[in-house]
Write a protein that binds this ligand. Structure first.
Ligand code: CA2
Length: 147
C-alpha cells in the first residue's frame, strides 16, 4: 500500500489553541484525523509527524526514503529560513507538496519566500485544513501520473 508522510513543523502543535483569527480553531489532531480518513478513501496510508526542531524534521525527511512514496510538508516558519530542510528534501528525491493554512503571499514580506517551494512539486496555501487533504490527492495523482 502506498504511504505518505504528513510532516508539520514548529508551533503547529498549538493550532486551535491560540491565534484562531489567523490559523482557525481546528487542532493539529483534527487535521491529522482528516488526513488519515481522506487517505483511507484513496486506499493509501498516511503517517503524521510534528516537531518543533529543525534537526528532527530533517531526520524525518531522511527516514521517509524507502518508507514513504511522498511527503506533505508544512514546515511552519522554517519554510522561510531553512536551507537545511530544502537540502534534505532534495536529497531524498521524493515528491513533496507544500501546505500552509494561511495565504503566505498575502501576509508579511518575509513569508513570501519559501525554500520548500524550490523542491516541492506544488504549493497549497490559504485554504486552511482542507489544504492538507487537497495536497494528499494532488500527491497521489502525481505518483500515478508524474508530470
Ligand atoms: O500558514 C501556515 O501554515 C504557516 O506555515 C504557519 C506558520 C507560519 O510561520 C508560516 O509563515 C505559515 C506558523 C505556525 C504557527 O502556528 C500557530 C498556531 C497557533 C498559535 C500560534 C502559532
Amino acid at each position: 500500500m502506498r504511504s505518505i508522510l504528513v510532516l508539520n513543523g514548529p508551533n503547529l502543535n498549538l493550532l486551535g489553541t491560540r491565534q484562531p483569527e489567523v490559523y482557525g480553531s481546528v487542532t493539529l489532531d483534527m487535521i491529522e484525523g482528516m488526513c488519515v480518513e481522506h487517505a483511507m478513501t484513496l486506499g493509501i496510508q498516511v503517517v503524521c509527524q510534528q516537531s518543533n526542531h529543525e534537526g528532527v524534521l530533517i531526520d524525518a525527511i531522511h527516514a521517509a526514503k524507502g518508507n514513504h512514496q511522498g511527503i506533505i510538508l508544512n514546515a511552519g516558519a522554517y519554510t522561510h529560513t531553512s536551507i537545511a530542510l530544502m537540502d534534505a528534501l532534495a536529497s531524498v528525491e521524493l515528491p513533496c507538496v507544500e501546505v500552509h493554512l494561511s495565504n503566505i503571499h498575502s501576509r508579511e514580506d518575509f513569508r513570501h519566500v519559501s525554500y520548500v517551494s524550490k523542491i516541492a512539486i506544488g504549493q497549497i496555501c490559504g485554504l486552511g485544513p482542507q489544504g492538507y487533504t487537497m495536497a494528499i490527492s494532488a500527491l497521489i495523482s502525481h505518483l500515478e501520473e508524474p508530470g
